[in-house]
Structures are given as structure tokens and as C-alpha cells.
Design a protein around this ligand. Structure first.
Ligand SMILES: [Zn+2]
Length: 435
């Protein structure tokens, strides 16, 4: 049984009626309270009362990340600050951070969305959940914490870092649920191996991973190395944090909490809606948030939606694992490539570790993709001839699958910096205007 079968298993017609009602409510709310949205609506000539069906949502103007930066920190806030009881923010590595204020009601809804996510991964009140997401401005730590609190399991709030201590606590406290980023799960697996920990003997049975894109190949690596089931959590600070969508036990697409988020897929160039089942950019509208509702937020994440019966019984629409982000797309010699494609191909090669960095450089007029990937210790130690052979094998595989020539450097084990949170996988060294 899902955590909330009323909403998670709601018949489509009823769900859409609910969504439409909440969409109109949200629009009226922001139109009255947020000058940015009021201006946008006026300029587009759309009145709140023009929205008569869910399809009408695509008449509304989109909101982009820069709108959030321009209105930093609280100009998009729809309630007075005395009703805001918490503020989160994104790290802001490429500009001002994105802020997320919450009312008490917003926090409760977020907890509900996260409880659904954790419950779907099999978390129950008797479990011990080790939460290694950073506690602080980042939404990961407290988001998972709140969902787990609602379920009533035992939380071990280790926060991020100190991998050895994480593993000792895992052993001593008998943690059986692990929450972290996928790249950190690999770091834990590797450190554990060095500490001679046999993960088979640990009680950890499931991990809930999110906050960075990861391929099915990485999921498999994590499942094999940690001897657990790896479930996904998807979300973004702009919409509340994690809790937007989640894996069920079937692990075939993430169910979106549709009573809280209205999802659309559009062509990223024209913003025209694409038919159900086709790939495009995910756009999300919050349906129940009060402090900072989002109208048609462009996530830049490329995925597709599928509305089909799921063996878990949930009726919520499913989105595929994120294929890539529109701004992560690399154009190498005229071919569009997402880092996730390269990751998948690297994981096909048994001689390498799932630790890599992609470097994009300009050589003359041509873009060049350089892949630094770690060899397995026995492969690397076998000498330069073996290394060259593996490099050639990777080059041929990539050339064969996506048709571009790349340079591969097989690196010594442990040379690439390990992630304690979000991993850095792409370094673009081209001048900004030429990307
Ligand atoms: Zn399902």
C-alpha cells in the first residue's frame, strides 16, 4: 500500500479536477501577491479566469532561473516574512543562490511528499535511516529528515562527509536505510572496501539517492557494490527540494506527486508541448505552495512522461530518469551529447571504475572531448600496453555508438577526486561564447 493511497492512486479524472482547482487557486494567489507574476500575466494578456482546463496552462508565461536570481532573495515570496518559518537556498555556484521560503503549511506538504518517496522505497517505522545529505541551506538534509520523521523511523542525522565515520555508524547503529547522492554512495562503497567491510553483512538494504543525475549503469554499480536496492528521489530547490517525484518498487520511472506539481513536457527551443511519451524539457507548476509558488518553472531537465498502469498500483504519472540537462548538453564537432550518454558507455567497459571526468577543449576550430577515467587496479597495474589497449577499446565503443572521436586517458586508481556530495563530472574549458 502506498503512503497516501487517496492521492497516489487517485483516478485520473478526479486527479485532474483537483489539479485544475489548485492551479486556479495558485494563479489567483500569486496574481494578488507577487508583482513579478502579476506583471507577467498582464504582459501576456492572460487573465486568471482564462484558465479553464489543464491544457490552458501552456498559455501562461514560463519562469526561468534568472527570474529567481533577479528577484533575490524574497521578491517572489507571496506571504509576509512573519509567516515564513524557514528558508532554504541552492548553493549558487554560478551566480546568486536560489532561495526557497516555506510557510508551516509548505513544510508539512514537503514532509508528506518525502514520506511518500521514502515509503515507496520500503522505509517503515521500525527502520534506522542514516541521512548523509548535508543539513543546512541545502534542501536534501532536512527534506529527507522531515519525511522520515513523518513515517516515524529512527533517523541518524550524520549529515555529509567523514566517510569512515559514516561506515562505522552504519555498522554500530545497524542502519538499514541510506540516504545520499549517488556519487557519495560510490565513495562509501570504495572506502568500505578499503576498510575490509563486507557490505553483504551490513543491515543496509535500500538507499534513496538524488540531487544529481545518474544513469541506470551507476544504479547497478551501487546496488552491486553496497548489496542494496537503489531508489531515486527527484526534486529541485525551486519547487521545494526533493519530493517532486520518486521511484516505486518497480524501478521503472519516477511517479510525480501530481496533486502538488503539474508537469508538462515541452520542446526546449519552441516551448511547444510535445505528445505524451516523447522527450523534452520538464516544466513544473506548484499547486499547493504558499510562500513561493512556481508557475511553469523551466527545470532544464530532459525527460519524458508516461501515463500507464504501474504494478505498484499508483496512478501518478511517471517520468523517466533525467536524460540530461539542456545546459549540460555538449556540442562536440556538431554532435549533441549529454554527459549521461558518455557515462552509460563508460560503464559498459569492465576494465574501468565508475570514476571519470569529461574535459571539453577547443583545438583549433574543433571541439575536443577528453575523457579521464580510472582503470581498475589490476588493469592499470598490468602496464602501459594494457592501458593503451583499454583506451582504444573505449574510443572505439564511443565512436561506434555516438559517432564522435574522443581522447581517452586511463588514469591510475583513486586519482579523480571523490564526491562527498555533488560530483563534478564535466569541465568545459572552452571560452564561454563558443560553447
Ligand atoms: Zn509504480
Amino acid at each position: 500500500m502506498p503512503w497516501n493511497d487517496t492521492f497516489e492512486c487517485m483516478p485520473l479524472e478526479e486527479l485532474q479536477k483537483f489539479q485544475l482547482e489548485k492551479l486556479k487557486e495558485t494563479l489567483a494567489w500569486v496574481n494578488e501577491r507577487v508583482p513579478f507574476y502579476r506583471r507577467n500575466l498582464e504582459q501576456s494578456g492572460i487573465r486568471v479566469e482564462d484558465i479553464k482546463s489543464l491544457e490552458d496552462v501552456n498559455k501562461l508565461p514560463v519562469t526561468v532561473k534568472n527570474d529567481l536570481r533577479d528577484n533575490y532573495p524574497f521578491d517572489l515570496c507571496a506571504v509576509p516574512m512573519n509567516e515564513v518559518i524557514r528558508v532554504h537556498a541552492s548553493s549558487g555556484t554560478t551566480g546568486k543562490p536560489i532561495t526557497g521560503p516555506y510557510t508551516l503549511e509548505d513544510l508539512n506538504q514537503w514532509s508528506e511528499c518525502m514520506a511518500r518517496n521514502l515509503w515507496a522505497a520500503g522505509v517503515r517505522p521500525e527502520d534506522v535511516l542514516q541521512n548523509t545529505y548535508g543539513y543546512g541551506l541545502f534542501t536534501g538534509g532536512l527534506g529527507f529528515h522531515q519525511g522520515a520523521t513523518l513515517i516515524g523511523c529512527t533517523i541518524v542525522p550524520t549529515s555529509s562527509g567523514q566517510t569512515e565515520r559514516q561506515i562505522l555508524i552504519m555498522q554500530d547503529f545497524r542502519s538499514n536505510v541510506l540516504c545520499c547522492t549517488p556519487s557519495y554512495a560510490l565513495t562509501i562503497a570504495e572506502r568500505g572496501k578499503e576498510m575490509k567491510v563486507n557490505f553483504k553483512d551490513l543491515p543496509v538494504r535500500v538507499g534513496i539517492f538524488g540531487a544529481e543525475p545518474w544513469t541506470k549503469g551507476i544504479r547497478q554499480e551501487i546496488e552491486d557494490r553496497l548489496c542494496i536496492k537503489a531508489q531515486e528521489a527527484y526534486g529541485l530547490t525551486e519547487l521545494c527540494g526533493p519530493g517532486v517525484s520518486y521511484d516505486c518498487e518497480v524501478q521503472d520511472g519516477l511517479h510525480i506527486n501530481e496533486d502538488h506539481f503539474l508537469a508538462e513536457i515541452v520542446d526546449p527551443l519552441t516551448l511547444d508541448p510535445v505528445p505524451m511519451g516523447e522527450k523534452g524539457e520538464l516544466i513544473l507548476t506548484s499547486l499547493q505552495r504558499r510562500a513561493m509558488p512556481m508557475i511553469r518553472y523551466r527545470t532544464k531537465d530532459i525527460t519524458r512522461l508516461r501515463r500507464e498502469p504501474c504494478a505498484c498500483g499508483r496512478t501518478l504519472v511517471k517520468m523517466d530518469k533525467i536524460f540530461g540537462r539542456t545546459d549540460d548538453m555538449l556540442v562536440i564537432s556538431g554532435v549533441n551529447i549529454f554527459p549521461s550518454q558518455i557515462e552509460s558507455l563508460l560503464l559498459d567497459i569492465e576494465e574501468v571504475e565508475p570514476q571519470y571526468v569529461l574535459i571539453v577543449r577547443k583545438k583549433g576550430y574543433l571541439d575536443q572531448l577528453i575523457i579521464r577515467v580510472e582503470g581498475k587496479p589490476e588493469v592499470y597495474d598490468a602496464g602501459p600496453e594494457k592501458r593503451t589497449e583499454v583506451e582504444g577499446k573505449i574510443q572505439n565503443h564511443i565512436k561506434g555508438m555516438i559517432g564522435i572521436g574522443v581522447q581517452v586517458h586511463l588514469e591510475a586508481p583513486k586519482i579523480i577526486a571523490r564526491s562527498e556530495g555533488k560530483a563534478v563530472r564535466v569541465i568545459d574549458e572552452r571560452p564561454k561564447q563558443e560553447r
